[in-house]
Design a protein around this ligand. Structure first.
Ligand code: NAP
Length: 245
């Protein structure tokens, strides 16, 4: 497998961390982005280096144009142009719509959707020149089915689906695939505050009867980034243990 330059946004923890480790394991050089958790991001880099891989941690807020410009400048300088982009960074600010503040709407849309637009737009320049590229964005089953209390998050995640399908049609002729992965419930900090009753209710709706692991999601990311997935584009790969929508 050829060694590519991969950028994973929000790779200090959870699914992004697992994706960074998986891509490094597949032989790629990995940029580990974070916004606050510098120590955690550096420990991901240390783990990759300890297994003989190459990685760098770069702090940047992917919800802002300046942050994304800085991030891509840093990756290009340290590893080279991005060939595999994993749009993973995400936040939740859950509330019923009537109680949702405009700030909670804007923050979630910026980190979960604006970032996908900003990062993909920059990454495509080099990918088009190279006539090879992989863009993989982490959406959610919330964006496919909706979820009470998540109007902002579900709107952002549904936006990723439309974005992915549209951009895949724009760049398919250049050897670039654009896909999304839609996890169900995954054991990370994001789902940490779901109480026991909520957890049991969720599990009762999941065919496999349990939450997924970050590694089970990163396996799907690894597949979409691989040469084996060269003929897969514009798709949303649902990895939800049979949650159903
Ligand atoms: P997580 O454990 O809360 O980690 C979130 C990551 O995003 C962290 O690395 C965080 O960096 C980073 N991040 C947040 N805001 C950022 C910003 N403005 N700029 C750059 N990075 C930022 O979340 P997770 O559960 O792994 O979720 C990863 C992705 O999967 C998200 O897009 C999420 O919506 C999606 N997803 C998760 C689940 C689930 O059940 N967990 C289900 C479906 C979809 P810091 O550590 O520096 O704060």
């Amino acid at each position: 497998m050829s060694s590519r330059v991969a950028l994973v946004t929000g790779a200090s923890r959870g699914i992004g961390r697992a994706a960074a480790l998986h891509l490094a394991d597949d032989g790629h050089r990995v940029a580990v982005n974070f916004v606050r958790a510098k120590d955690e991001a550096e420990s991901v880099v240390d783990a990759i280096q300890a297994s003989g891989g190459e990685a760098v941690a770069i702090g940047a807020d992917v919800g802002t144009e300046a942050g994304v410009a800085e991030l891509f400048g840093g990756v290009e300088e340290s590893l080279g142009p991005v060939e595999i982009l994993v749009n993973n960074a995400g936040v939740v600010r859950d509330n019923l719509l009537l109680r949702m503040t405009t700030e909670d709407w804007d923050d979630v849309l910026a980190v979960n959707l604006r970032s996908v637009f900003l990062c993909t737009k920059i990454a495509l320049r080099a990918m088009i020149r190279a006539r090879w590229g992989r863009v993989i964005s982490i959406t959610s089953v919330s964006g496919l089915s909706g979820n009470p209390g998540q109007a902002n998050y579900a709107a952002a995640k549904a936006g990723i689906v439309g974005f992915t399908k549209s951009v895949s049609k724009e760049v398919g002729s250049r050897g670039i695939t654009v896909n999304a992965v839609a996890p169900g419930f995954v054991e990370t900090d994001m789902t940490d505050d779901i109480d026991e009753a909520g957890r049991e209710l969720a599990k009762s709706r999941i065919t496999l009867g349990r939450f997924g692991t970050p590694e089970e999601i990163s396996a799907a990311v690894g597949y979409l980034a691989s040469e084996q997935a060269a003929y897969v584009t514009g798709q949303v790969l649902v990895v939800d243990g049979g949650l159903g929508i």
